[in-house]
Design a protein around this ligand. Structure first.
Ligand code: ATP
Length: 310
């Protein structure tokens, strides 16, 4: 894991456990997120992500463990700790009777903030998230994408140093997703530490520097995105020949190459990109022309599925 700034980590979770009756939702997990990081918290449905997030922001009572936010114990120094975190939750939980501007202003009130400064910040956020023209409407009049943006604006009203996003792009269209990515990158570049949960693994791959994967309440992997991607084993080369293969060249046979006579295609798995030219040269040296070549890099999704299978 790569560190970014001096000082305590933005988040340190030590031996956190949370049960619902007999169900162990989070089972003795430890986790650390450096200041300034863009951290992915991934896992299948029901793995324990939202439970962990709720514990971080003080919405769920924990059974064991300790959570520090920028060095502040979120149980003992809860007022300070909570002020440092903004949560954009998965479900919409806005007050249906308030205008969206008041939703932001009331939210600030939870952190003891009020007055002209808060109203100004609400207006700045509404402008920035393209919601200014709806400021006086209730959230019921917003489109799905606008509600997502409002969730983010509300999470930012008290200028948190740690922003937690629980599936911020679930169900949003491609355009808004790209727009949200841009906003999140900007926030992160300006110094906000971000924790993102998402089921879109390509999103995690492109946005997150470090990633933890939780399964059935346990952390099964925690590493930099680069290191996790280095675990890929499924990069695959397929070479279609101009005519049927007579004999598999020994260099390829030694690498467990497979041949499909129906499509005249040789398949080579787990091949590093740097080894592709040499593999193609072997085929050409054997006297074949390359009718088609395809090289498919494995993604974070393959690493994720591998881990889940284990
Ligand atoms: P998803 O990706 O589907 O949002 P998740 O990783 O966020 O899933 P959690 O919502 O944390 O998963 O749920 C973890 C486990 O705890 C699940 O088995 C879930 O059914 C259970 N659980 C969550 N909240 C409660 C609750 N309030 N009461 C009882 N069980 C719960």
């Amino acid at each position: 894991m790569s560190g970014f700034r001096e000082g305590p980590p933005a988040l340190r979770i030590e031996h956190l456990s949370k049960h619902y009756g007999t169900l162990v939702a989070v089972d003795d997990i430890c986790l650390q997120v450096a200041q300034g990081d863009f951290f992915g918290f991934l896992g299948p449905n029901g793995a324990g992500k939202t439970t962990t997030i709720n514990a971080i922001v003080g919405l769920a009572k924990i059974d064991a463990g300790r959570i520090d936010i920028f060095g502040n114990d979120n149980a003992r120094d809860w007022r300070v700790a909570r002020r440092l975190v903004g949560l954009a939750p998965q479900e919409y939980n806005f007050d249906r009777f308030l205008s969206i501007r008041d939703i932001l202003i009331y939210q600030a009130g939870y952190y003891g903030l009020s007055g002209e400064g808060v109203r100004r910040r609400a207006d700045v956020l509404l402008e920035r998230f393209g919601l200014a023209s709806k400021a006086r409407d209730t959230y019921l009049k917003l489109s799905g994408g606008m509600k997502r943006r409002l969730t983010l604006a509300r999470a930012l009203i008290h200028e948190p140093r740690l922003l937690i996003l629980d599936e911020p792009t679930a169900g949003v269209d491609v355009e808004l997703r790209i727009e949200l990515w841009g906003m999140l990158r900007e926030l992160n570049a300006a110094g906000t530490t971000i924790i993102l949960t998402t089921h879109y693994l390509e999103e995690a791959e492109s946005m997150c520097r470090n990633i933890a994967i939780i399964e059935a309440g346990c952390i099964v992997a925690m590493d930099s995105t680069v290191a996790l991607l280095a675990r890929r084993r499924h990069d695959a080369l397929s070479v279609t020949l101009d005519r049927p293969l007579a004999v598999m060249p020994p260099e390829l046979a030694a690498r467990a190459a497979r041949y499909d006579p129906a499509t005249r295609t040789i398949f080579l798995d787990r091949l590093a990109p740097a080894d592709v030219p040499a593999a193609l040269a072997v085929v050409e040296k054997a006297g074949y022309e390359l009718a088609d070549v395809e090289f498919k890099r494995a993604s974070l999704q393959d690493v994720f599925l591998d881990l889940m299978r284990k």
